[in-house]
Design a protein. Structure first.
Length: 217
C-alpha cells in the first residue's frame, strides 16, 4: 500500500536526520553546522515526501518549502526545518492524512483516462474501452478498500453491490454505475460488437466523474 511506503520513508528520514554529521566551526564560532551536502540531501528527500503525502497546497508542504528556502547549514537553522518535518510525520502517523492512497491512485487512474480519451479520438474504440474499463474496476476496488470494505477476489458487480449497500454511491452516480459491469465485461472479454463509441464515452465519463468526487485531494 502507498500509505505503508510513505510511513516507512518517514522513519528512514527521521533516522537520517538523527545521524546528521554536525561539526564544530573551525573558526571557533559558537554552535555547530552540518556540511551542506548532508542536510540538503535530507531536506530535498523530505520535501518530496511531504509533497507526495500531503499535497503541494497543504500547510505542511508550504511551510517546509518556505523555510527550506531560508535554511542554511547552521544547526539551529536545520533543526527548525526538522521541526516542520516532525509535525508532518506526527500528523501522518496519527492518521490525519485521509486521502493519500486515493489522491495518488487518482493520479494514476487519471493517466489511464487520458490515454483512453486519446485512443478514442484516434478511432481506436476497443483500446479505449479496455483502458477505461481497467481504470474503472481498479478505482472502484481501491475506493472500496479505503472505506473498509473487503473486496478480495470479488467481481466488479460484487464491488458495485458492496458500494451501493454501504451507501457510498448515490444519486445519478449510482444509476450510471449499474450499467458499468456489463460494459466492462464486454470490453475485457473482447466482445467488441457489444460496445459502441457512446458506450466507451460513457465509461470514460463515469471514471472521470468518479475520480473527481472520490479521489480528489
Amino acid at each position: 500500500m502507498i500509505h505503508d511506503t510513505f510511513a516507512r520513508r518517514f522513519l528512514e528520514l527521521q533516522d537520517l536526520f538523527i545521524n546528521m554529521p554536525y561539526r564544530a566551526y573551525e573558526d571557533g564560532s559558537i554552535g555547530r553546522y552540518v556540511p551542506n551536502g548532508f542536510w540538503r540531501q535530507w531536506a530535498t528527500s523530505t520535501e518530496s515526501l511531504i509533497r507526495a503525502a500531503f499535497g503541494e497546497a497543504s500547510p505542511h508542504c508550504r511551510n517546509f518549502s518556505d523555510l527550506y528556502a531560508k535554511t542554511n547549514e547552521a544547526e539551529e537553522s536545520v533543526t527548525a526545518l526538522h521541526a516542520v518535518f516532525c509535525a508532518a510525520k506526527d500528523d501522518f502517523e496519527g492518521g490525519y492524512v485521509f486521502d493519500v492512497d486515493l489522491r495518488v491512485s487518482g493520479e494514476v487512474f487519471g493517466d489511464f483516462v487520458v490515454l483512453a480519451r486519446h485512443s478514442l479520438s484516434e478511432g481506436h474504440k476497443d483500446v479505449a474501452a479496455v483502458l477505461a474499463s481497467a481504470a474503472l474496476e481498479d478505482a472502484l476496488k481501491r475506493y472500496a478498500l479505503t472505506q473498509g470494505l473487503d473486496v478480495g477476489d470479488k467481481t466488479m458487480q460484487d464491488v458495485v453491490n458492496l458500494l451501493k449497500g454501504a451507501g457510498l454511491v448515490g444519486g445519478a452516480q449510482k444509476t450510471l454505475l449499474d450499467a458499468m459491469p456489463k460494459l466492462r465485461n464486454a470490453a475485457l472479454h473482447a466482445q467488441w460488437d457489444k460496445l459502441t463509441e457512446p458506450d466507451v464515452n460513457s465509461i470514460i465519463g463515469f471514471v472521470e466523474s468518479f475520480l473527481l468526487t472520490k479521489f480528489s485531494s
